[in-house]
Design a protein around this ligand. Sequence first.
Ligand code: MSP
Length: 650
Amino acid sequence: MPKFYLSTPIYYVNAAPHIGHAYTTIVADTIKRIRRMLGDDAYLVTGSDEHGQKVERAATAAGLEPLQFTDRVSAAFRREWEQLGLEVDFFRRTSDPRHALAVREVFRRCLKNGAIYKGAYTGKYHLGDEAFVTDEEAAAADPELITTVTEENYFFRLSAFQQPLIDLYESQPDFIRPETRRNEVLAFVRSGLKDLSISRSTLKWGIPLPNDPEHVFYVWFDALTTYISALGFGDADGPGEYERLWPADVQLVGKEIVRFHAVYWPAFLMAADLPLPRQIWAHGWLIFQGGKMSKTKGNIVRALPIKEVVGTDGLRHYLLREIVFGQDGHFSHEALARRYNADLANGLGNLASRTASMLSRYCGGEIPDPSGGDDGGLPELAATCIERAVAHYAKYSFSHAIDAVWTLLARADKYIVEHRPWELAKRADAGSAQQLSATLYNSAETLRVAAVLLAPVLPTGAQGVWESLGLAGAVRDERLDLLAWGSLKPGDTAGRQRAIYPRLDVGKAVARMEALEAESLQEQAKLLGQPDAPAAVTIDTPPIEISDFAKVDMRVGLVQAAQRVKKSDKLLRLTVDIGEAEPRTILAGIAAEYAPEEVKGRRIAVVANLKPRKMMGVVSQGMVVAASLPGGEARLAGFDKDTPPGARLS
Ligand code: MSP
C-alpha cells in the first residue's frame, strides 16, 4: 500500500483552540480520508508548539510552571480534535523529551556540515520580561523598559541556501502551492537571505543545545523539526516510522507561515542532508465580521459550539464547500446555518429520507429492478461527476469536488419530480410499475455514489445515507478510484428512513451557537489561567465638547415598513417616520440579526442629519443607531415607553 504522510502546523499553546486551527486540521483530516479511499496508507501528524517566550509568559501569568501550563493547553487541543472526530495518527508536543532528540540530531548534522556558527545577535530587549521582543512589541511597550542588547547566538547559514532553494522551486514547481504563494516565496528568496539566529541564552523554556546547554533553541528550528520527530527521527525507541513515511507528501500551513515552511525548513533539511518534503500547501484565512479574528476585537469563533448545533458535518461542509481552498474566505454563523439547511437538510438529507421512505412504501423495502425504465441520464452524469470529483479531490479543490456531487444530487431531485413515483404507484399498468422501479433504483444508486464521494467531507451523513440504503459495512472502506454506477443489487433489502440532517431554524441556530460560544469563554479563561471576567472595556476615544455632540441630530423613528435588500445578506431597507412630512428610506446593516417583520413597528434611534449615502443602488437618508456586540452583531437601540416619532435625543 503506498504511504501518504501529511501534517498540519503545530499550534501555539498560548491560546485555546479556535476555528482557524480547526480549519487546517479538518482539511488535513479530509485529505487523509481521501487518500485512504484512494488506497493509500495515510498518516496525519499534528501537535502543539510549546516552547518560547510567549508561552513562558502565558504560564507565568497563569501562575504555573511552563510544563504544567502546556500540559493543560495541549490536552485541550487533543480533546478538541477528538471531539471533532478528526483522525490524527500522532500528536507531537515539542516539550516531549523525544522531540528534543530529533532537534539535537538535526542541529548536530547542520553543525558538522558547517551550516551553524556562533555570532553576535542584536535585538530589542524588554527589561521587565527579561526577553527579546519584536520591533512591534517594543513599540507597544513602555519605552523605559526597552533596551538594545547584543548577545552571542548560534546562527544558521541561511544565506548559503539561496541558490539551492531557487533551484528547488524551479525544478519542482509544485513544491509550494498555490502559485501565488510560490511567487511570493521566490521573490523573497531572490531578494537575498540573511542568516538566522536559532538560539537564545536569555530564555529558559526550550531545548538546550547539545554543544552549549546555556543556549536553548529558538522557535522555528525546534518547531519545524516536529515533522520528523513525530516519526521517531533521532530516537531509537520512537515510533520507528521515519524511514517508512518521510518525506512528507504534503505539509499544510496557513499562508502567514509559508515562508518558514518553504524557506527555512527545506534549508535546515538540506544542511542536515535529509530529504525534503514533496509539497508545502498554503491555505488562506478565515475572515470574520470585523476582519481577522482577534482577542481584542472579541470575534474569536470556536468550533465546538458550531458542532453542537450543526454537527461536525455541518461545519466541515461549510468550510470545504464555501471556501475555495488556498484563498481567504468569509465565515459567519448565519451563512453556515443557511448552507446547512440548503445543502444538507433540504438537499442530501431530504433526498435520502424520501428515497428510503418510497423504497419501503412502494417496493416492500427492497432495492427494485431498474430495467426498462427511463434513467434520466443519471448513470452517465454519475460517471462524469465521479471523474470530476475524484480529480478535484486529488488537487485539494474541495469546493469543486463537492459542487460536482451536488450537480448529480440536483439532477436526481429533478428526475424524481419528473417521474412522480407517488403517482406512478397509483397506476395499475406494467409500464408505470417499471418506471416506478427504475426511478427508485436510480435515485438510490445516485445516493450510493454520492455517499462514497462525500464520505471524506461528510463522514457521519455519508454513513447514514449508506445505511439508509441497506448497505453493510462502512462507506469509508469503499474506494473512490473504483467507484462506478450500478452496484446496488435488485432484491437486496433497503434500509430504514432516517433524519440524517434535521432542518434548522436559522435564527435560533445562530443564537444557540453564539450563546454556547459565550458560555465557553469562562472555560477558556480557566484553561489559560486567566481571570474569569472578560476584559473591561477601555474607552480611548478623545473627549469632545457638548457642541460637538449637538452636531449630531438624533431622532426617534417609527419603522413603518422593512424589507430585505436584494443581493445583500446584511442590509434591510427601512421606511421610517421621524416626524417629517414624508417618511425616510434608511438602510440598516441589521439583516443578519433581524427579520423585516421583527423591525416593523419598532421605535428606533436615527441619525437624521447624516449626509445621504448610496448603497446597493438605494440612497439611505440617515442611519439607524445600534450597539455593536463583540462578535460584530448589531442590536438596535430602542425606547422603553411610547415615544413620539421625531423627538430629539440629547
Ligand atoms: N506554532 C506555529 C506553527 C509552527 S509549525 C512548525 C503557529 N501556530 S498557530 O497556533 O499560530 O497556528 C497557526 C495556524 O493555524 C495557521 O498556519 C493556520 O493553519 C491556522 N489558523 C489560525 N488562524 C486562522 C484563520 N483565521 N484562518 C485559517 N487558518 C488559521 O503559527
